[in-house]
Design a protein around this ligand. Structure first.
Ligand code: ASP
Length: 348
């Protein structure tokens, strides 16, 4: 007889546990506990035991701030040593940000942390919630994946590679630049060659608690005015993701545009070039308009998602690193968030 596996479930909020109220759908205390405890199919051999904690307050993830990532991170740090894995029930709207932030904040992770939620709440008869919760519990209990992941619509993704891509379909998430870590069909198949290797040695899980909020994201658009750009780049901004066109291009024949970027980088602001495209990676030397971005001091964000690049900036400045160090670390792969060579070639 194998000992029964055990997972810790943190319910932070989100549609999954919402019920209709006077002002629209809102998280409902006790809804998840009652549903899980009464679901007979969850209490059968083969499924793990669980301890469930309901956060106070339960949040629509649109309300979440970095202190909420910290609260979740502290529970993971405290609980993971006593469980086979952890499931975080979370709203879908900012799940990709939380998953990316946690990936950076947690060091020496040896067991799975799986974020999931649903597009349709558990209280409605036709929902995606049960399968997401149940499969996440099974993965967290049985698959020793040493990563922060997102499970949604039968796919397990590396958290810091995810984006919310659809607000209608059950396939709400995608990992456009990295293959899924696992697929759940009739059986759950983990693609181990794409899973990170657990850290060597015996060092305990560690949470980096400081995230610097002086970071931002700017989406370029044709005709963006220099004064808007300059206002955005003003102190206290320390680092920003600039979402450029295509392979990393911007309107660099405009002196005002490049001067504003250059002056900011000379002041030590770290500007990371990420593409507006859903998939692909920045290659800032293909076009004049891309080279101009690099010449203005921007660094290459390669194939990082904006969510990963933003939270990575916040994490690195939170460590107290100098701008020079942040620039260097941003271009290095820390948690599997970045491939400087396209993955399909790197893995051949
Ligand atoms: N607004 C909700 C949230 O992110 C949406 C969801 O969970 O799907 O909390």
């Amino acid at each position: 007889m194998h000992p029964t596996k055990k997972v810790y479930i943190a319910h932070t909020g989100g549609t999954i546990g919402m019920q209709p109220g006077n002002h629209g759908w809102a998280p409902k205390r006790g809804a998840i506990r009652t549903a899980l405890d009464n679901a007979q199919f969850l209490h059968r051999p083969g499924l793990p035991d669980y301890d469930l904690e309901e956060f106070e307050p339960l949040l629509d993830s649109a309300e979440m701030v970095p202190d909420d990532w910290l609260r979740i991170g502290r529970r993971i740090e405290a609980k993971l040593p006593d469980y086979d894995g952890i499931v975080i029930l979370h709203g879908t709207d900012t799940m990709a940000y939380t998953a990316s932030a946690l990936a950076f904040m947690l060091e020496n992770l040896r067991r799975p942390v799986v974020l999931t939620g649903s597009q349709v709440p558990l209280c409605l008869p036709r929902n995606d919630a049960w399968l997401n919760v149940m499969t996440s519990m099974m993965i967290a209990a049985n698959e020793p994946i040493p990563e922060v992941c997102v499970f949604f619509d039968d796919k397990l993704y590396r958290g810091c590679r995810t984006r919310k891509v659809d607000c209608d379909s059950f396939a709400a998430f995608s990992s456009p630049n990295y293959p899924p870590l696992a697929e759940a069909g009739v059986s759950i198949e983990v693609d181990w060659k794409h899973v990170r290797i657990a850290p060597a040695g015996e060092r305990a899980i560690r949470l980096h608690e400081r995230m610097d909020s002086n970071v931002g994201v700017l989406w370029l658009f044709p005709g963006i005015r220099e004064e808007f750009l300059r206002n955005f780049l003003r102190p206290p901004l320390k680092g920003a993701v600039i979402q450029s066109y295509g392979l990393g291009n911007g309107p660099t024949s405009s002196r005002g545009f490049t001067d504003a970027l250059r002056e900011a980088t000379e002041r030590g602001v770290v500007l990371v070039n990420c593409t507006q495209c859903l998939a692909g990676r920045v290659s800032d030397d293909d076009y004049e308009t891309g080279r101009g971005m690099a010449a203005a001091g921007m660094i290459n964000g390669f194939d990082m998602t904006p969510e990963a690049a933003l939270t990575k900036l916040s994490y690195l400045f939170g460590l107290g690193l100098s701008s020079e160090r942040v620039r260097a670390e941003m271009q290095r792969d820390l948690r599997g968030e970045l491939s400087s060579v396209p993955v399909k070639y790197a893995n051949q």
